[in-house]
Ligand binder design. Structure first.
Ligand code: MBD
Ligand code: FE
Length: 299
């Protein structure tokens, strides 16, 4: 099979391209949070435990020099390809989220992933996400209400939404998708309600031409995440929730490579009779409890 180079750049986002964008997005939007000093005692404890686990694995599995050098080469490739955000969010973040979820009430959270971009335009409560004039995909109306844990509606709550297109690609991380496509910050009305018109996203495949994809291939795993909508739901005085919503019956729902699905986070859209699907989902936010509840406080 041959593909012209032009087609390759226009229609096949490369691992190197999306990896570099994801690394850049992390540095600019989340870098501040990570600059926080971690106490030496905590570094020593956690890093010691990680290293002990590596050493134990090497002994238990009699890891050889060629295997050690192959691992070293692969780690260098992940860095050079800018794939640390992708690799860590796919294979590690779910465990961090599980720990965070232990103290969280209300709507279930799940992982953020590498493709969030902050500072998207605010949209009214009844709205459509920005799409291309020829955007492919089944139209989807996603509606619901944001409430607090006491059951009161939360007016002025923000649903910061981002999703892949009908081919599984995210704006900002794949060429030829306009900036801001299928992204936006929807603000709830005076009854805490919202209604968002968008398209059904496609499942996401980890790029097969980069080091993360090569590892998955080498191990004989599959590179897929089920189709999903990403959301951060935030409101003044409330703890923000970072979550994703999946689709009933969707492919890979039971074998997400990122292990980030939860049964409470599955939509079951129904046909409206006009060619559009519709799904309702309500969000419940807990009080901030002394935490700051600004957009960047959760992670
Ligand atoms: C994604 O779209 C995603 O949501 C995660 C968590 C990891 C890789 C790609
Ligand atoms: Fe995603």
């Amino acid at each position: 099979m041959t593909t012209t180079p032009t087609n390759a750049t226009q229609h096949n986002p490369t691992a190197a391209g999306s990896g570099a964008s994801a690394s850049e997005a992390f540095r600019t939007s989340r870098g501040q949070g990570t600059a926080e000093a971690v106490p030496a005692e905590r570094v020593a404890t956690v890093v010691r435990a990680v290293l002990d686990g590596v050493h134990e694995t090497i002994r238990n599995h009699q890891v050889t020099y060629p295997e050690f050098q192959a691992a070293k080469q692969w780690l260098m490739d992940v860095g050079e390809g800018g794939e640390w955000p992708l690799f860590l969010d796919v294979f590690v973040e779910h465990a961090v989220e599980e720990v965070a979820a232990g103290t969280q009430q209300g709507t279930k959270g799940t992982i953020l992933g590498p493709y969030y971009l902050p500072d998207q335009p605010k949209l009214p409560s009844v709205t459509a996400l920005p799409t291309r004039p020829d955007e492919n995909g089944t139209p989807l109306v996603f509606a619901g209400q944001v409430r607090d844990t006491a059951g009161n509606p939360v007016p002025g709550a923000e649903l910061d939404v981002w999703q892949a297109d009908d081919r599984g690609y995210y704006s900002g991380f794949a060429p030829d998708i306009p900036a801001g496509n299928l992204r936006g910050v929807v603000v709830t009305d005076d009854r805490g309600r919202f209604e968002i018109t968008t398209i059904q996203p496609a499942p996401y495949r980890i790029p097969t031409d980069g080091p993360t994809g090569r590892l998955i291939e080498a191990a004989g795993w599959h590179p897929w995440r089920p189709a999903h909508l990403h959301l951060i739901v935030r409101a003044t005085g409330h703890r923000s929730i970072t979550t994703q919503l999946y689709f009933e019956g969707g492919e890979w729902l039971d074998s997400d490579v990122a292990e980030a699905t939860k049964p409470e986070l599955v939509l079951d859209p129904q046909g409206q009779g006009d060619g559009r699907l519709r799904s309702e989902y309500d969000f419940v936010l807990e009080p901030a409890e002394g935490r700051l509840s600004g957009p960047k406080q959760q992670h």
